[in-house]
Design a protein around this ligand. Structure first.
Ligand code: ADP
Length: 275
């Protein structure tokens, strides 16, 4: 299968659609072989069925955990992705963790402390809605710590993720790539629809003014932290239906690649009978 969304180590990444690192298949509008929403319904349904079976196997075998990291600009669709992509799985085997502004307790530790604590147990799927990457994104854009500190973090993140992978956690990282125009539309629809007012704050509007700085910070994170053990995926995300399909496909493909087996029964099943 073609995997244009995976950033290879050393890849040049350009998110603004120009320059050497620009790749059409990673641009916000890209929808591959699909033209409209209805076309992805059937393949998505099929993938959901496969995902449910694979999740059961993941739980039964309990040799691996799957950590899914979702990052992107405000309104990029992290919540919608969790709702739609995970619609196909057993909620008992899945934990979602939201990374907000760190608490006093969290800020008094190293930046990876809260992420490490939230890594899923073997047999489970864990979703990070935002993640330790905020510490090289919002922190970098707003100078929340000196450059000398955040600069070191790329390597620290790579080492941390390597340790997780070596200990049985598969790490899938998705950058949900929307365009600045698409964000404008989504913010406006939140302003204009009273049922969406709870979703919008002044901070969302303020952060939009830093769009270019965020793009630079994302480009750096995607380039420096795409490793052989935990590459980033740049997901075209203007069209929610395509975003959901591509992410679900990657999750299924990754779980299939683990070549999991149901464990051997602990008793001789051939002699068991029920009265
Ligand atoms: P979301 O936008 O993910 O739906 P919120 O509106 O509560 O959720 O936003 C969470 C906020 O917390 C974001 O603005 C994010 O940048 C911020 N945040 C997350 N991690 C950190 C961090 N390590 N340092 C500073 N701010 C952070």
């Amino acid at each position: 299968m073609e995997r244009p969304f995976i950033v290879k180590p050393g890849d040049n990444v350009s998110l603004n659609g120009v320059g050497e690192g620009c790749n059409l298949k990673r641009t916000p509008e890209y929808t591959g072989a699909y033209q409209k929403k209805g076309e992805t319904k059937k393949p998505l349904k099929k993938l959901h069925k496969q995902m449910l079976k694979l999740q059961e196997l993941l739980y039964a075998e309990s040799q691996h955990a799957l950590l899914i990291i979702l990052q992107g600009m405000d309104t990029c669709g992290k919540d919608g992705t969790i709702r739609k992509v995970m619609a196909g799985i057993n909620v008992q085997g899945c934990d979602v963790v939201n990374f907000k502004v760190p608490s006093a307790d969290e800020i008094s530790r190293d930046f990876l402390w809260r992420a490490h604590k939230a890594v899923p147990q073997k047999g489970k799927i864990g979703i990070f809605n935002r993640s330790h990457y905020e510490d090289v994104l919002v922190v970098r854009v707003h100078d929340l710590v000196p450059k000398s500190i955040w600069k070191q973090r790329y390597q620290q993140i790579n080492d941390f993720e390597k340790m997780l992978v070596e200990n049985g956690t598969v790490v899938l990282k998705f950058f949900l790539h929307i365009s600045k125009d698409e964000q404008k539309e989504r913010l406006e629809s939140r302003i204009n629809d009273p049922s969406k007012h709870w979703k919008i704050t002044e901070a969302d509007i303020r952060e939009r003014a830093y769009w270019d700085d965020y793009m630079q910070a994302y480009e750096a994170a995607l380039q420096k932290c795409s490793t052989d053990w935990a590459p980033w995926h740049i997901i075209p995300a203007n069209k929610k239906w395509y975003r959901n399909l591509v992410i679900t496909e990657r999750i299924v493909e990754t779980l299939e690649g683990l070549d999991m087996k149901f464990p051997k029964p602990t008793s001789d099943v051939s002699i068991l009978s029920v009265d």
